[in-house]
Design a protein around this ligand. Structure first.
Ligand SMILES: [Cu+2]
Length: 506
């Protein structure tokens, strides 16, 4: 077969189109095979293995402790894998700046919506560029000027947000993104996401070089994020043909043999799941969405669904070489597995060092032990149909036309979430993280980790045709807030409900 040297860009896009296309639409199998995709083609798997790219970059930091932060939602030119595209951004960059704060701070953000005035409506019939900010993972008030997703900014409008972080645990890895129902998918897909880190309250991790890794896929078409054109894209969730870490394709992270690094991983993709594995290395998980764990949990592989975060230590091999951070095949819907994707290349080089992984991380972390039989139970069933998503048979239309649950602040509840569909749904509840009691179905390793470690979660995969029970402490804050699927398209087509947190009964 005649060959010519393909450019790096052609390779990535070609391979990605072939295989990612197969995942959703069953097309492109021949193309993927031609690209040397290898293995399990019938199940839709393949390989996206771009050559190593540039040195890993990380978003600039906005220090929330230094005063008021300014965030501006705006369209801006961003280089995606060598092509300039007009993305939707915070402050003109992708990913958005990383906000850093500490427990006890008051975080103040001046926010301006500078998205285009003439955006019209999207295919769901919602104004395209109405937006706001959701501080995903912050245990703060859902009311007033705090994490109030009922606020809405039209293009040209600006106002402030103010978050009291008195009760927000340190060492948490959170993020911010838009949350105006019906308009989130396109804005999120287009690039509006940034990390939000609350400083550690332990010295155990001080001195370990730490990286923020934001996983995000996108398809660029005609110099812009590929538009949504069909309801099916909302049903499947949109996956991109370019998979990036911090906006880079397969960046290179250089480490010394034997060195310990800390990786904070965020899945900021609309719908793509990552089945993470680092060649030749254990992933020492030290934290989940709601805080640091008691000790490192060594895992060879772990799922990271949209909205989930992981805090991980990696001790680089004593043997110099290159080791790829991979997303291994996983079937989030039906039997179709995603391809194996190289996300990042860890280059282990230079003079060896003798770092050690701390054996204790956060001794205060524990699983809540109580008699759950006496607790109030909430039952939620997720389903899909007729181009909409549903919770308990109701597709979200407005705060008064939605599945609704009532809780009393200061209590614990057990939530049972049933997935009555053939695809996984990452379930997200605002304001209060939970601990997972049981998982029926899905990935055994994921279930085993979350039902044994003292892991606080605000996104949990509800496996297809499966079930999750979780313990939810309803603490500190009253007000109306939300729970929804974090496949962003599913939220926009109604897989969302209203959580009314009431004052304590007298
Ligand atoms: Cu979903």
């Amino acid at each position: 077969m005649a060959t010519r040297k393909i450019t790096r860009r052609e390779f990535i896009v070609g391979a990605a189109v072939g295989t990612a296309g197969a995942v959703t639409f069953g097309s492109g199998l021949a193309r993927a095979a031609m690209m040397g995709g290898g293995g399990m083609m019938g199940s839709g798997s393949g390989t996206i293995n771009p050559p190593p790219g540039g040195t890993l970059k990380e978003p600039p930091v906005l220090d929330g402790r230094a005063g008021v932060i300014s965030l501006e939602a705006c369209q801006a030119p961003v280089s995606i894998n060598g092509t300039t595209a007009q993305l939707l951004t915070y402050n003109g960059i992708f990913p958005g700046p990383t906000i850093t704060v500490a427990r006890g701070d008051i975080l103040r953000i001046n926010f301006k919506n500078s998205l285009p005035m003439n955006g019209g409506t999207n295919i769901l019939g919602h104004p395209r560029y109405h937006t706001n900010i959701h501080t995903h993972g912050l245990h703060v008030s859902p009311q007033g000027y705090a994490d109030n997703v009922m606020r809405m900014f039209m293009p040209g409008e600006s106002d402030y947000y103010e978050y009291n972080l008195t009760k927000q645990p340190g060492g948490t890895f959170n993020f911010y993104h838009p949350h105006v129902h019906g308009a989130v998918s396109e804005q999120y897909w287009g690039g509006m996401v940034g990390a939000l880190i609350v400083a550690d309250e332990t010295n155990v991790l001080a001195g370990i070089t730490t990286h923020t890794l934001i996983l995000k896929d996108i398809t660029i078409s005609g110099g812009v994020p590929e538009p949504y054109t069909s309801t099916m894209e909302f049903m499947h969730g949109k996956e991109g043909n370019t998979v990036m870490v911090n906006g880079q394709v397969n960046p290179v992270l250089s480490v010394r043999p034997g060195e310990v690094r800390r990786l904070r991983l965020l899945n900021a993709s609309n719908a793509r799941f990552y089945n993470l594995s680092l060649e030749g290395h254990a992933l020492q998980v030290i934290g989940t969405e709601g805080g640091l764990l008691d000790r490192p949990y060594p895992l060879s592989r772990i799922l990271l669904s949209p909205g989930e975060r992981l805090d991980i230590l990696v001790k680089a091999s004593a043997t110099a070489g290159t080791y790829r951070l991979l997303s291994l095949p996983y079937a989030r819907q039906g039997m179709m597995s995603s391809p194996t994707i190289t996300l990042l290349t860890m280059k282990c080089e230079g003079a060896p060092v003798k770092d050690t992984i701390p054996s204790v991380i956060n001794p205060g972390a524990s699983r809540v032990v109580m008699n759950t039989a006496m607790l109030k139970k909430q039952s939620l069933t997720l389903s899909m149909g007729q181009g909409r998503g549903y919770i308990n048979g109701i597709s979200f239309q407005s705060m008064t036309s939605a599945a609704m649950i009532h809780s009393e602040v200061g209590t614990y509840e057990v939530w049972e979430i049933v997935n009555n569909s053939g695809m996984d749904h990452p379930f997200h509840q605002h304001v209060n993280p939970c601990q997972v009691l049981s998982i029926t179905g899905g990935d055994a390793g994921y279930a085993s980790f979350l039902t044994t470690a003292p892991a606080w979660k605000d996104v949990v995969i509800i496996p297809k045709w499966g079930k999750v029970t979780m313990l939810v402490p309803v603490m500190d804050y009253v007000g109306d807030t939300m729970f929804h699927c974090h496949i962003i398209e599913h939220e926009d087509i109604g897989m969302m409900g209203v959580w009314m947190i009431m004052p304590p009964k007298m």
